[in-house]
Design a protein around this ligand. Structure first.
Ligand code: NOJ
Length: 562
């Protein structure tokens, strides 16, 4: 059991214990200058939409200058804004105006690797083996007689070897450098004091500009095992995420970094925080990132990885709540992000997340796709997620029940996974297609301020029917998914028993997840045949219509118990 004091009332506890944070994939959110790519000003003009939606915070995916090989996760300069997205002044204005709307703002920090265009990496390429410039990355001599073999057997997450050989100043093949992701994303060496000091400077740079916190990319990867030993054969998914078989994930040394970062965050007023993107298993390993002197949140990827099955979801919920209780941390529920197949498709096709990496198995017959059933389930899942104790992360378009775009032509695919997998993995573009704001196709369904921009001229092409689930189509429709999210988030703010705090399971059969929260609030989610609801004084919200107190299949409801 936890040794922690009882939870103070919501208005006296850190905001991040309960927050609903909306993820903005900047390139696809809103395009203010008509170039077919989203930008900072586009976000600012949509702040009223976000305010009406009722989210507490936004997290903006990397907005820094970048060659965009991995759409911003290859950073060339951590203390500036990508010119395609705007200027530093635009960013400062956005931070200020978000705060005026009562919305906190998180930026994405990418400390595991930089772009190969970063000045440090360019300098390292020119410098000699053993130099200070090279020590900021992992430059290592190869094996074999002439160093012609990579230093170890590590493979890159996107496919292929994790090592690239460079040409030295004398024109001869020389050392190898490590890249756990694309070739253009060299891994930093966190043994280097320069690297550690640089990221402290980066944190302060953005904290000084008022950001409320950071989403930490590959938060479990910065520290590599000493000597860079070979990976060991893993028999289970969980082993593939573990420090024992993967000498680059979840090493103890990362915690020292977060303790230092926490001290920086705490030195600023107003509950600044950080959320870890750590694909680590089991939940007890996640909990280590959330100890009181480390990070605030960590995405609950076990939950995201669960198929649409009551028992599996219940197991994930219980395991993570037990583990986080040990360290007094809240859970951060999430069903969608820019790396995984959208829940509408996933829940319909029974797809599950591949634990070893950040993508999902994308097989499944697209023609079997039942958008209606997928949407029903995604809506029910949303009410489940928003009723559970803790905070939640919502990915742009989730509130519209956007499906995965499965029809992007191969010559338009831009995720580096596509090329690095030798064209066997279509990658993650399907969940990154620009948002439809309007039903009319002009300006790529209102994504762009340029009315002449056609849907297939946005940076990723939108399908011809992309406007069917546009914001405009859903705004005034009482039965739309957007209306459901707005209502659910409003109820979440009114109900003091929601957000962080206790929950008690109600036994309602194998195919039902049911639990009570303080204030006679109950959430029922039905995965099986229709059931009769328990006595209640009224229904607060449901994910599909309810008649005669019968909860249909794939439906969730929030009740005030009698
Ligand atoms: C995780 C990010 O979410 C993903 O989009 C990116 O490709 C990798 N980290 C590498 O930065």
């Amino acid at each position: 059991m936890s040794q922690h004091a009882p939870l103070p009332p919501r208005n006296q506890r850190p905001w991040w214990r309960d927050a609903v944070t909306y993820q903005i994939y900047i390139r696809s959110f809103a395009d203010s200058n008509g170039d077919g790519k989203g930008d900072v000003e586009g976000i600012r003009t949509r702040l009223p939409y976000l305010k009406e939606l009722g989210v507490d915070a936004i997290w903006i995916t990397p907005w820094y200058p970048s060659p965009q090989i991995d759409h911003g996760y290859d950073v060339a300069d951590y203390m500036n804004i990508e010119p395609d997205y705007g200027t530093l002044a635009d960013a400062e204005r956005l931070i200020k105006e978000s705060h005026e709307q009562g919305i906190r703002l998180l930026v994405d920090i990418v400390p595991n690797h930089s772009s190969d265009r970063h000045v440090w990496f360019q300098a390292a390429l020119k410098a000699a083996p053993g130099s200070r410039e090279r020590s900021r990355y992992h430059f290592v001599d190869g094996k074999g007689q002439d160093g012609e073999l990579p230093p170890n057997n590590w493979t890159a997450v996107f496919g292929g070897p994790a090592w690239e050989r460079v040409v030295e100043a004398d024109g001869k093949p020389g050392q190898w450098y490590l890249h756990l992701f694309a070739v253009e994303q060299p891994d930093f060496n966190w043994d280097s004091k320069d690297v550690r000091d640089h990221f402290i400077e980066v944190l302060k740079f953005w904290l000084d500009r008022g950001v409320d916190g950071f989403r930490i990319d590959v938060a479990h990867g910065m520290v590599k095992a000493a000597g860079l030993p070979d990976i060991v054969q893993a028999d289970t998914d969980s082993e593939m995420l573990s420090a024992n078989t993967r000498p680059f994930w979840d090493q103890d040394g990362v915690h020292e970094i977060y303790r230092e970062w926490r001290r920086i965050l705490d030195s600023y007023p107003g509950d600044r925080m950080a959320v870890a993107e750590a694909w680590v298993s089991p939940a007890s390993r996640i909990a280590r990132y959330l100890r009181h002197d480390e990070l605030a949140n960590s995405f609950n990827f076990d939950f995201l990885s669960s198929p649409w099955e009551s028992e599996s979801l219940k197991r994930m919920i219980n395991r993570s709540m037990e583990a986080l209780e040990e360290v007094g941390a809240p859970s951060s529920w999430v069903f969608n992000n820019h790396d995984v197949v959208r829940s509408v498709d996933r829940f319909d096709l029974g797809l599950i997340a591949g634990a070893a990496n950040t993508t999902l198995e994308r097989q499944g017959d697209p023609f079997r796709l039942n958008l209606k059933r997928g949407t029903l389930r995604a809506r029910a899942g949303a009410l489940l997620m928003l009723a559970l104790p803790g905070g939640a992360y919502v990915y742009q378009g989730e509130e519209l029940a956007l499906p995965e775009a499965r029809d992007i032509p191969e010559d338009r695919l831009s995720d580096p996974r596509w090329a690095m997998s030798d064209h066997t993995d279509r990658g993650r573009d399907g969940c990154r297609v620009p948002l439809p704001w309007k039903t009319d196709a002009a300006g790529a369904f209102g994504f762009s301020s340029n009315p002449a921009l056609k849907p297939d001229q946005a940076w990723l092409p939108q399908g011809h029917n992309w406007g069917e689930r546009a914001v405009e189509a859903q705004l005034d429709d009482p039965s739309s998914t957007l209306t459901m999210y707005r209502r659910a988030l409003a109820i979440r703010h009114e109900e003091s028993g929601l957000g962080d705090g206790p929950m008690t399971w109600i036994n309602a059969g194998h195919h039902v997840l049911a639990f009570e929260r303080p204030g006679h609030f109950a959430c029922y989610v039905n995965f099986g045949d229709a059931i009769q609801l328990p006595p209640h004084s009224h229904i607060l919200i449901s994910s599909a219509p309810i008649h005669d107190s019968v909860l249909p299949t794939d439906t969730a409801v929030w009740l005030r118990l009698a």
